[in-house]
Design a protein around this ligand. Structure first.
Ligand code: MG
Length: 184
């Protein structure tokens, strides 16, 4: 039985844009002259969502689970990391309610790619596209993001937790019975 206990998590990430790298965002390839630098594929959207999910289940952060000193994660598809964390959440009895993502990027323009990112995120999380919100904003030319030197992403996620098996009402009914047994 699934209860109505809702937990939320938040995640944030930023990576530097550099020449000579493919741009991966939200689990898809986006045409761009520059891509995000990182030990993995640098997908800030998936990293923010992964951290949000880890936060919702109080299981640490992405760096603890997948250290950037570990050669196993060099160049890895960040979807693999998110899939592992999703499996951890499911093993612990959680179900994903919805996720909402905001990407902060001056360039490239992302509006034409948001639907594909929504589909891919839904697939990675095992939920419907209607449970995935994804938006892109610029930084109005301000700071490193505004100068096109970096892309950042913010994510929040809601998960449900398995309800306690025995309701409070059943417990109070059982207590007198136990007390009777103890007294006998
Ligand atoms: Mg990252």
């Amino acid at each position: 039985m699934w209860g109505r206990v809702v937990r939320v998590g938040q995640g944030w990430d930023i990576h530097r844009l550099v020449a000579g790298r493919a741009l991966r965002l939200g689990g898809i390839g986006v045409p761009s002259e520059r891509g995000l630098l990182g030990h993995s594929d640098g997908d800030v959207v998936l990293h923010a969502v992964t951290d949000a999910l880890l936060g919702a289940i109080a299981a640490g952060d992405i760096g603890q689970h997948f250290p950037d000193t570990d050669p196993r994660y060099r160049g890895i598809d960040s979807g693999v990391l998110l899939t592992e964390v999703r499996a951890l959440a499911e093993r612990r009895g959680h179900r994903i309610g919805n996720v909402d993502v905001t990407i902060l990027a001056e360039r490239p323009k992302l509006s034409a790619h948001l639907a594909a990112m929504q589909e891919r995120l839904a697939e990675l999380l095992g939920i419907a596209p209607a449970q995935v919100g994804i938006k892109a904003k610029t930084a109005e030319g301000l700071g490193a993001i505004g100068a096109g030197e970096a892309i950042a992403a913010l994510a929040v996620i809601a998960v449900t937790a398995r309800a306690r098996r025995r309701s409070a009402a059943r417990r109070t009914k059982r207590q007198p019975a136990r007390a009777r047994r103890r007294g006998a």
